[in-house]
Write a protein that binds this ligand. Sequence first.
Ligand code: BTN
Length: 252
Amino acid sequence: MSWLRVNNLPPHWPEGVARHILDRVDSTNAEAFRLAPSLSGPAWIMARRQEAGRGRRGRAWTDPAGNFAATLVMRPTGGAADSARLSFVAALAVHDALHSLCGPSLNLSLKWPNDVLLNGGKLSGILLESSGAGGQVATLAIGIGINLAQAPEATEVEPHALRPVSLAGETGLRIAPDDLLDALAASFDHWQRQMQTYGFEPIRNAWLARAARLGETITARMGTTEATGRFEGIDQTGALILTTPRGRQSIP
Ligand code: BTN
């Protein structure tokens, strides 16, 4: 593994945040936990090639060449609930960074809890992993994968799995992972500051303004069971609110 650049920061890079760019890694989330003991503050870790990317529910995340894989690692000050809210901050940041680079006509939307969709297909996935005990989070890794160049093969057999899409495949647009990292770090910093100053409400409102299928009937997973109902929004904790034939249901 070789370090291409460390702390050679672009103009709008958030103050106090380190930036590491690797040419090759197993998983940027795994690297985040290896690096965490040596860090004095938050850091973005981006890899040009990720060979054993991790997805949600223990799945693998495959990264064809030219796609974006990065992790923001930090020691959060709040507890587990505050950390979970950062997944909404991350989804907003991905959405807004892509709009800032590609223009507002890009057909992006958000799917609960933190997928970013392009033309209704899955463009980006976010995986939060943490270490710690007793409700306290010692290290939080917010891993973000974005299919910039190629959509990975659709391997899921679940009935509601989204079609994987890529930015280049859907639009012909090509953006460099380095440029996206800069825009993403700035956008994440903006939304994180909003949350620090005003709480979750502005995040919730901004997320809802970008949400896909609000008011429509959707099916959501809750552990191993599924619930189908009208998608009403998200509450102050980020839980999904559905109106089902059995009444109002909240999915944490
Ligand atoms: C999902 O399953 O939707 C979440 C996928 C998250 C993938 C990203 S790529 C960068 C970071 N490193 C990993 O190993 N996983 C996340």
